[in-house]
Design a protein around this ligand. Sequence first.
Ligand code: C2E
Ligand code: MG
Ligand code: MG
Ligand code: MG
Length: 290
Amino acid sequence: LAKAEATNHSRFYIASVDQEIRARKQLEKDLSQALRNHEFHLVYQPQISLQSDRIIGAEALIRWTHPERGMVPPDEFIPLAELNGTIVDIGQWVLDEACRQAASWAAAGMPLRIAVNLSAVQLRQPDIVGTILATLGRHEIPPGRLELEVTETGFMENLEDAVEKLRQLNSAGINIAVDDFGTGYSSLTYLKRMPVQHLKIDKQFVQDLLVNEDDTRIANTIIDLGRSLNLAVIAEGVETQEQEFYLRQRGCQIAQGYHFSRPLLPEAFVKFVEAFHGKLEENVENQPYK
Ligand code: C2E
Ligand code: MG
Ligand code: MG
Ligand code: MG
């Protein structure tokens, strides 16, 4: 009986793994058609200066409405898109769309800084620097209004190449942020060598900031590191007033999270800006990101 049960169990297991692989293959196939079928859109999450209480910019985040499955979260499809290479076209679409939106907001009197996530796979493309600069040019966006968010893992895979490209982007005036800081390899040596302006404290450390002492210490350490390397620190995933207060008094310069706003559709974003008690930070591209 035990043996029969075990067999049934493994048969069930194999069937479900098989199903999973098939679902994944299907999703990959759907992914390669999603751009053409206009299934992507961007949402924008405000970034707030804790020093001036003003909105200094927005992070653009991709959303995929799958024709049958509905909303598929980026944490599920971005890794897949990186594996099969579709991230290159998808990432270029994101950059183009974010710049188009930024240009339209600027024309309406809202010259915001836009942060775009750049995948390591995109960074590895030989023509990435030219492509990004051309996109900015096409939309007449000053480079200082663009921030690229890269992860530590993205740096490490081909450090020399990544350093060189980020240096070129940076000397053109584009800001570079290290996303999910503290979750990757976190080598202090590369931070010294990288042309980086901002560190984003990963939301996992912000979430339990005031309940878990380890997370408090990690957040404090990142803020101190930012201060000593002269990098502004952005806290992501700020969900409560208490977290905001703590981060502000601890010297963190920028915050982003549900406490201020969820990522918003462009129309809702404009309403948020209009309703926000502060104003837009002025001349963002001419100021240090504080
Ligand atoms: P990320 O770049 O670290 O983005 C932050 C994530 O935290 C976003 O999830 C955002 O919606 C979420 N978030 C913001 N505030 C809060 C909060 O207060 N609480 C909680 N629990 N979450 C919050 P999202 O939009 O699902 O994106 C997940 C990840 O997918 C991103 O992490 C990024 O790595 C990737 N991603 C999203 N859009 C793009 C894109 O256009 N290109 C690339 N390459 N990756 C993207
Ligand atoms: Mg990000
Ligand atoms: Mg992040
Ligand atoms: Mg993340």
